[in-house]
Unconditional design. Sequence first.
Length: 254
Amino acid sequence: MRTRCPSRRVRARLLFLLCSGLLASATQAAIVVDGRLDEPEWRDAVQYRDFRVVAPYLLSPAPDSAATVAYLLSTPDGLVVGFNLTQFDDYPRIRPRLERDQDTRADRVAVMIDFDADGRTAYSFGVDLSGSVQDGVVTNENQLATDWDTDWTWAVSEHDAGWQVELLLPWTVAPMRGADAPTRDIAVHFSRTLGATGEQVAYPAVSPERARFVSAFERVNLAQYRKALLHVWPYATVTHDCLEGDHRHKGVYG
């Protein structure tokens, strides 16, 4: 007597069901990084509006036709940063497509974060209107090195009155002390470069051209979430004893 063993279709179906169960139990991120600050969660973000001209070092308010607002939000997936950028015709939009870390004049935003708020090291994340990016590490107050690259997510959207940017910086993006505490103090700096003129506005109003830069960042206390590096590899096995007619199924992830 011959007994048929389970087909490939049965094995594929079992694997699909296992994977579907794992995906259904996963927590979805509240913020979708699509370059549009339209989720209600953004209402709970810390907002920064008092941008000043720091290049040249005038410290005058940013012009109304280039008004800038930055947002900072702590989520289980990481720090989420948003920019809402007014830009009318008196500042033509400059959007060259660049290689990573290329510093050609363009419309650009950047956030620098000192994750330990001790004035020693900051990590820089920049996004151009074209979607080109720059990242690097700032040490010794104002020395930027761009040979550091890491994994983070960004998106840009554009409209008639300006553009918006979203960045997601995972908790694993940089080393930091006290990662088990429920909250942490960080220090932040937001900047925007107008590609048409080369002007730069920033909050707080400090410039990397000055001797004191990283230690003058704005401190803020935020909720902190523990994010471990975990890879899940689901699989399913099916065995069939062709003599006894016994089926055994096993689903595992790990």
